[in-house]
Design a protein around this ligand. Structure first.
Ligand code: SAH
Length: 395
């Protein structure tokens, strides 16, 4: 088997059991591994420490499959890992109320680059690393065998594939192709999901637990849901007594689908007002019109794609949070999020603190939020924490 030998000075990374080995840590590559092929990982004095997948085009040259020197990376290995990830989800998801959740969360389930989501009877996968791509057929067969889904659909159309030298790939891998819309249940609410063309694998599953928290703050309230996508937070708020939800979203097809979702949950459509526009502009317009709200949700897309974009992203977060704070009635509640992995919790809190100072409104953080528990974070892989949220009380 081909092997990589690490530089003596960089062997510390193995002790931390972090799944990534960057090219700068590698002294030598023995053999001529193909993209995605399994390589043995050796210390500088040739001690075997485990195995990983080789990527010739990525800066992350090896992603560790296992730190067990004896592990063989074969179908049995993948079956064990997939079963372990699923049995964790069986413990944390009440499948009688929720049938859409993440089964495999890549690095944090020790399956680097592999995302597997369940949407009712369908399985949707993303193979985002050369190694995951290399074992695509094996993984698909195992998923089919364990879950016996109606179909397995691939959504490997994330930009991160490019860094791995992989082209975008989408389509049916097994069984039936999903219809244009698939019905799921989440905490007993119904949603239609576009598996083939929706964002990510179709739905923001990572916000499930935070959407549920909205129900505690919605009764009788005037709610503003910014970046509303297909109406996730809107449905939860209205179903738990919100008087009215105004939603702002730039994608007209997402708004259209949100209206279907609102209808599916027997909510009076007159309680929803949708604005198809840019949140940055619409919040300013609302400010000029002196509109006010009791509860505002800010769930923007990733503003920082890399560390070089952190400053600019910070200005974006500050801008929308400042505007939102000003639109809140005294005693109002702000649910504010950042899904940029490069923005730390601390920095995010600082941005909100700055927005509070500039708006001259006192803000208290009631709770810190993160991605839902089916998107766990392996302690060896802190990069896995990307979604941060704060529930704020605004005086
Ligand atoms: N809260 C949603 C997910 C939001 S994802 C849920 O629970 O499902 C972010 C959304 O913001 C996407 O739907 C995207 O189309 C939209 N968006 C991105 N930039 C925007 C902008 N400047 N103004 C309005 N919407 C925007």
């Amino acid at each position: 088997m081909p092997a990589v030998i690490l530089k003596k000075s960089r062997e510390i990374i193995l002790e931390r059991k972090h799944p990534w080995i960057f090219s700068g840590a590698i002294e030598k590559v023995d053999g001529n591994p193909a993209n995605g092929e399994t390589v043995q990982v050796l210390t500088s004095d040739k001690k075997l420490v485990g195995s990983g997948s080789f990527s010739s085009s990525s800066q992350i040259q090896v992603r560790m499959w296992s730190f067990n020197p004896k592990a063989e990376i074969n179908p049995e290995f993948f079956r064990r890992k997939i079963s372990a990830a699923f049995s964790l989800r069986e413990k944390i998801i009440n499948t009688s109320k929720t049938n859409a959740y993440r089964i495999i969360n890549a690095e944090s389930d020790r399956l680097p680059g592999l995302i597997v989501d369940r949407y009712a009877d369908f399985i949707v996968c993303q193979f985002l690393s050369a190694g995951a791509e290399y074992f695509k057929n094996t993984i698909t067969e195992i998923l089919n065998d364990i879950f016996k889904p109606v179909g397995i659909y691939e959504r490997s159309d994330s930009v991160v594939r490019e860094k791995e030298g992989l082209n975008s790939a989408t389509g049916s891998l097994k069984g039936n192709e999903p219809e244009e819309l698939t019905e799921i249940v989440e905490n007993d609410f119904k949603f239609l999901v576009n598996i083939k063309d929706g964002h990510k694998t179709g739905f923001y599953l990572d916000q499930r637990e935070n959407r549920k928290l909205i129900t505690d703050f919605s009764n009788g309230k005037q709610v503003l849901n910014c970046f509303s996508y297909t109406g996730g937070f809107s449905v939860y708020a209205l179903a738990s007594g919100a008087e009215k939800v105004t939603q702002i979203e730039s994608s007209s097809s997402a708004i259209e689908l949100s209206h279907k979702n609102i209808k599916m949950n027997d909510i009076n459509p007159d309680q929803v007002e949708s604005v198809n526009g840019d949140v940055f502009e619409v919040l300013r317009k609302f400010r000029d019109e002196r509109k006010t709200f009791d509860l505002i949700i800010l769930d923007p897309p990733k503003f920082a794609e890399s560390s070089s974009q952190v400053r600019k992203a910070g200005r974006g977060y500050k801008d929308i949070n400042l505007l939102a704070i000003k639109l809140l009635n005294p005693g109002g509640i702000l649910f504010t999020f950042s899904c940029s992995g490069h923005i730390s919790t601390e920095l995010f809190r600082k941005i909100i603190a700055d927005a509070s100072l500039d708006s001259e409104r006192e803000v208290k953080i009631l709770n810190h939020l993160n991605q839902s528990s089916d998107h766990p974070v392996l302690t060896n892989f802190p990069e896995g924490l990307y979604l941060k949220g704060l529930i704020c009380h605004v005086k």
